[in-house]
Design a protein around this ligand. Structure first.
Ligand code: PEP
Ligand code: MG
Length: 825
């Protein structure tokens, strides 16, 4: 069977035609295919083809492929009304193009602002002869395989000759925007049931009325005189039907809005992925990013080198100041990139070739980001976000531009395709009530910063989000990753009441300071903080954290060419311990390798890094690194304040090896105080052998981020599966239950330090399953304490057991939302 593959003509999100907000495409009136919601600004040829036509409005382009199939690419919905503004054709009708050749360039920001939607259908318009099989889903780049077209065996193109007199009639096209996609579909539908063959004629061009794409090629604008020919038994009726449609001079209504089915979840609104919890009510404000314009050629090598050096110094100073605040670890990671000698040398080399400092720096950082993207590892590629951010900082310093003014009216819910960490850090949480993104990942730096600021954020809404109009009323439920668009007044009012109730309980919790937290029926639940820096430790202490449940020590190790010395580590750990006062500090041993690269470790490239040398496997392979870190932890005063936590454990032997190392060093250093060694439960193996681990471990702490990815076999950093990576999946809950049951047999306490601990819908379930400690980002301490104080452990226990029998994470979330509201009522 003859077949060929149609490549993605655009970068963007693949969308089913049924989810395109225009019935003509959604009902496949023009043919079958897929749509892409663009993230790029150039439309490329999806295969070798001839350009049949480019609509006068420049938004629709028709192509004929080698095997005779015709394709229509329709840039956005209702874009005909824009009259071609912001769209530049790069080819002309009649041209032969090769797959990947650029066809159109467009101003994506302008289209997003002005069109009903930018989602772009790619349609094969002859379903009688060809069949389409979709290939792609999720995010695609131009040139990625999109769908396959196969010839249906035994079909023939030419219709049998019609019999009877040929009838003719002229007609003026009264249609608002001429014959574009939607009227073409209506015309084709009108003649489909008739036996007559109908042809529209414009000058030399002829088009069968049964073929929408042929009619688009007529270039029949509003006011064009056409000849209509019909031959067959019902020719007169056919002429009438066609003329009636052409004479329709009513202003065109916008395409009927359909809520995309993929975006509909339980409850009203669009569905994304929860990234920073909280509830917000406000108005939609779209943030459009603007490319900074840079000159390619520099003044002189000396002058441009000086400019670059000066800009790097100024940005470095700004970052040092910012690193002391919330999200300091994110900024510290970017600062390491800023100081990277390889990047600076490469930029200087380009300056020596005559480039301007800004041009040189930008091209070096972009090349680096492309290299990261090529690894194919989403978490490594996510670091490209930091490079883009750094590029903006340095270019603004070079060109003397202020950071993009991020001033918004109070009650703004910010909508964007993606946000850079520095853009999130620059937001004022007093005015930005929430954030919803088309793309983005729940574990990205932007999400971590939003959680740190206490700004609710949901991500990965996909193309559906672009249908939200500027100024629309919104309720963002970032606990569930839901966005309610223009809800009725009562839903707005109910959300406002819930926010006020939460604020009241949080104020009460804050007033308790660091007093021990209990459920309403008296069960003690410790509320600890997850930390990555001294700044985090100070913030956590201010928020009333009862200790630190997870110190991510990677921040000391990443982006370096040599490991930090024992002394450096000891000084940092001591600083964090001091910031916490006398409260416990659980230090996680280095968790690098795999998705968290550390160049000096020289781990050979791995085909599947998430399942390779990472966590405790690295430490056991490099006893020198383990030894130095344990010595640093044991040096912290007072002895015993630090507890040691072992990451990525998959077997009892790994725990035994670390306990033996700790005991050896205690002996050597003469430390009499016992040091608690606990285990992170991040692998299904650890959860299923929790009883064996709990026999030896001082505590268990469930890392739900990794436990979820390993249980569901879904990469936690991969946007394509982000919607499925939900720790409330019943499979994950059963492993959490198994962990608690195993630990209880030995009286070993269990904490949760993964993202689930900060998820208000998860908290009652975790407490119900028997978790004793929740470790959350500093910004969630007060809210978590407030929630725990409203819960009854007994009610949670009964509720949690029923959740283990649910079939899906969505079902658990729906039930938990009802339970939480009941508890809070
Ligand atoms: C986890 O996996 O849940 C966890 C807390 O560790 P990290 O997110 O640092 O991998
Ligand atoms: Mg982990």
């Amino acid at each position: 069977m003859e077949a060929f593959t149609v490549m993605a003509p655009l970068a963007g999100w693949v969308t089913a035609l049924t989810d395109v907000p225009d019935a003509v495409f959604a009902q496949r009136l023009l043919g079958d295919g897929l749509a892409i919601d663009p993230t790029g600004d150039t439309l490329h040829a999806p295969c070798d083809a001839t350009i049949v036509s480019i609509h006068a409005g420049r938004h629709a382009i028709a192509l004929r492929t080698g095997i005779g199939a015709e394709l229509l690419i329709h840039l956005g919905i209702d874009t005909v009304a824009l009259g071609g503004a912001g769209i530049t054709p790069l080819v002309a009708a009649g041209a032969s193009v090769r797959s990947g050749n650029p066809l159109l360039r467009f101003d994506l920001d302008a289209l997003v602002q002005q069109a009903r939607a930018v989602v772009t259908p790619i349609i094969m318009t002859d379903p009688e002869r060809f069949v389409v099989t979709p290939i792609a889903q999720g995010l695609v780049q131009p040139g990625d395989p999109l769908f396959r077209i196969m010839v249906i065996e035994g079909t023939q193109r030419d219709a049998p000759a019609a019999e009877g007199a040929l009838m003719r009639r002229t007609a003026r096209v009264a249609l608002d925007h001429g014959i574009h996609a939607r009227p073409a579909a209506r015309l084709a539908a009108a003649v489909r049931g008739l036996s007559a063959q109908v042809t529209l004629i414009h000058g030399q061009r002829r088009a069968a009325a049964s073929s929408p794409i042929a009619m688009l090629s007529l270039g029949a604008a509003h006011g064009t005189e056409l000849m209509i020919e019909a031959q067959g038994a019902d020719a007169a009726a056919a002429l009438d039907a066609v003329a009636r449609i052409l004479a329709d001079d009513r202003p065109e209504a916008p395409a009927a809005v359909r809520t995309p089915t993929v975006a509909v979840a339980e409850g009203p609104g669009l569905r994304g992925v929860a990234a920073a919890p909280g509830l917000a009510v406000g108005r939609a404000v779209w943030l459009r990013s603007q490319e900074i314009v840079v000159p390619e050629t520099g003044a002189s090598v000396a002058a441009e080198t000086m400019l670059l050096n000066d800009a790097l110094t100024r940005v470095g100073a700004d970052m040092t100041a910012a690193a002391a605040g919330i999200g300091g670890d994110v900024i510290a990671a970017q600062q390491a990139l800023l100081d990277d000698p390889a990047l600076i040398d490469a930029a200087r080399a380009q300056i020596a070739d005559g480039r301007s400092a800004a041009f040189a720096y930008r091209s070096v950082l972009r090349a680096q980001a492309a290299t990261l993207a090529e690894t194919g590892d989403a978490r490594i590629a996510e670091r490209g976000e930091d490079l883009r951010d750094l590029e903006g900082r340095v270019l603004r310093a070079l060109l003397g531009e202020e950071a993009a003014g991020l001033a918004f009216a109070p009650g703004t819910i910010l909508l964007a395709h993606e946000l850079l960490p520095s853009q999130v850090a620059a937001l004022d949480p007093a005015v930005v009530a929430g954030i919803a993104l088309v793309a983005g990942g729940p574990t990205s730096h932007a999400s971590i910063l939003a959680a740190g600021l206490g700004v609710p954020m949901a991500v990965a809404f996909g193309p559906a989000l672009t249908t939200v109009a500027e100024g629309a009323n919104l309720v963002l439920d970032a606990d569930r990753g839901m966005l309610d668009v223009d809800p009725p007044m009562e839903r707005m009012a109910a959300a406002t009441t819930r926010i006020a109730a939460r604020q009241a309980t949080e104020a009460a919790a804050r007033a308790q300071g660091d007093a021990p937290c209990h459920t309403a029926d008296g069960t003690r639940i410790e509320i600890f903080a997850n930390l990555g820096s001294i700044a985090d430790a100070r913030a956590a202490a201010d928020e009333g954290a009862e200790g630190c449940g997870l110190l991510r020590t990677e921040f000391l190790f990443l982006e370096r060419t040599e490991p930090p010395s024992t002394e450096q580590q000891a000084a940092d750990y001591q600083g964090i311990a001091d910031a916490l006062g006398d409260k416990p500090l659980i230090v996680r041993l280095l968790d690098v390798g795999g998705d968290k690269p550390a160049p000096y470790l020289a781990i050979a490239p791995e085909e599947n890094p998430a399942l390779g040398l990472r966590g405790i496997r690295v430490a056991l392979a490099r006893p020198d690194i383990l030894d130095a870190q344990l010595r640093a932890i044991l040096a912290v005063k007072p002895a015993g304040q630090c507890r040691i936590m072992v990451p990525m454990v998959a077997s009892v032997a790994e725990l035994d090896a670390v306990i033996a190392a700790v005991e050896r060093l205690r002996d050597e250093l003469g430390i009499a105080t016992p040091v608690a060694v606990g285990v992170m439960v991040e692998t299904p193996a650890a959860a299923m052998t929790a009883d064996l681990l709990a026999e030896r471990a001082a505590f268990l702490s469930i890392g739900t981020n990794d436990l979820t990815q390993y249980t569901l076999a879904m990469d936690r950093g991969n946007a394509a599966v982000a919607a499925g990576v939900d720790g409330l999946h019943p499979a994950v809950l059963r492993l959490i239950a198994a962990t608690c049951d195993g630990a209880r047999r030995h009286g070993t306490p269990v904490g949760v330090c993964g993202g689930l601990a900060a998820d208000p819908l998860a908290v009652p379930i975790l407490i119900g399953l028997g978790v004793d400690e929740l470790s959350v980002p500093p910004a969630r301490i007060v809210a978590t304490k407030a929630q725990v104080a409203t819960l009854s452990q007994r009610a949670c226990a009964a509720f949690a057991r029923t959740m283990l029998a649910c079939e899906t994470a969505a079902a658990v979330r729906t039930a938990a939302a009802a339970f939480v509201q009941g508890e809070l009522a």
